[in-house]
Design a protein around this ligand. Sequence first.
Ligand code: NAD
Length: 512
Amino acid sequence: QTDIQSVLKNLGIADINPAYSTGSTWGAKGSSGTLDSYSPADGRKIAAVQLAGHEDYETVIARGQTAFAFWRGIPAPKRGDIVRQLGDALRDHKQDLGTLVSYEMGKSLQEGFGEVQEMIDICDFAVGLSRQLYGLTMHSERPHHRMYEQWHPLGIVGIISAFNFPVAVWSWNAALALVCGNVCVWKPSSKTALCAIACQQILAAVLKKNEMPEGISSLLISEELIGNMINNDKRIPLVSFTGSTRVGRIVSAAVASRFGKSILELGGNNAIIVSKDADLDMSIIGAVFGAVGTAGQRCTSTRRLIIHEDIYEDFKNKLVKAYGQLRIGDPLDQNNHVGPLIDQHAVEMYTKAIEKGKAQGARYVVEGGVLTGDAYTSGCYVKPCIAEVENHFQIVQEETFAPILYLIKYKTLEEAIALQNDVPQGLSSAIMTLNLREAELFLSAAGSDCGIANVNIGTSGAEIGGAFGGEKETGGGRESGSDAWKGYMRRQTNTINYADTLPLAQGIKFDL
Ligand code: NAD
């Protein structure tokens, strides 16, 4: 039995139930109510926190604006050093923060620790980046002229995050935004408020130690209210939103209508193509982990398996056997493979999806169902299930955030790629094959249309070094590695004339 009160104490948040924080200042001036955080692991209430209101919001934005004027003046490598200290603090708190992630969100303890490791990794990446915010130089067509480009910070970056990666998504955004010279305002999912409070506390301590002002990193606990305020606030030039396509559509339209920038990381409907030339043992592990890891609540979870007809029956039987070995239960018990869904609403969506699927023609080869009994008192534990379907079924076209895996048969690779692409979402994809021609076709312009395309790796579990995100209804945003940092800055082109005349571009003559 994990002593969660000790975990909260170790994280320094046992007595904190704020609506907002601007760093070391925690408060609730215009609180709009309270919110109880329950663990889906055992259904127990962990703590109550206050919800931010208008006055809290205005306090946070005003401090953010003042802090930006200061923070943008700190040299980028010095900002990087503060992010390095954040990475070190996360190393110190990995055990407690990972445990809280597991208990409040319901993912396995190993995945909770993995999420904190991802935060540490992105901090390391951002430290290096703080000395590499490179712009290009260009040759001017005019004599004695120089052209170059610089990258400047934007201002306040609004971060709105989903429940399923309650700490890592914030760090992907915050670590990059901060080294780029921005300040951050975070509205986490209200389902994982304590994880957010813990992260804020860790960063606030680092900022305080460095005698930094309030407002460099702020937190607002809220459901939709503050989300909508961020969407519509001109003082927030960039909104980085991670969540469902349904809410992403609202955020995207509101931010675009005020000509703000947005980074959208929305839903996925990810498939693995299993070729007849695949290593089947490896493919089974990739498929099962992808489908049931985090109880199917990753944006990159494997939702569809597109299997070659020659191996279809064999692969299906292996999958059914593997599902028979899954242990479902307390995520903090490392013997279990699958933890709970986030809440009863998610369970309802799972049950409805199974019913809808059956009505549309899905044939279940591993039946689903809600688990009951002493080990499952929260009512959030469900059985991972598998159904044979056709790709065009309405339910297959949608993202159900639960461990439901769909099997689809194919004859030719071209057909498999067409099936894989024929969904509204475009996040992650994979092919399992030892055939070079197949692998290269899958990765070519005529192949996967997703932001992530893997060979002999499943769809989930991206590394921070690559740019993360997807196409179509996944929103088109990119976060984390590669040059994703450019999304957090504005580009400025500079032309400098050091001649004693003023030649115009394109040879235009203008004599007075
Ligand atoms: P959600 O869309 O219900 O909520 C996401 C966030 O939006 C929450 O913080 C919520 O409070 C907030 N919100 C709600 N209404 C809002 C509004 N009108 N304006 C602004 N913010 C508002 O998503 P969820 O259930 O927390 O997370 C699951 C979804 O997130 C899945 O679809 C999953 O695929 C997606 N996701 C995507 C990625 C990615 O990187 N592509 C990563 C994680 C999760």
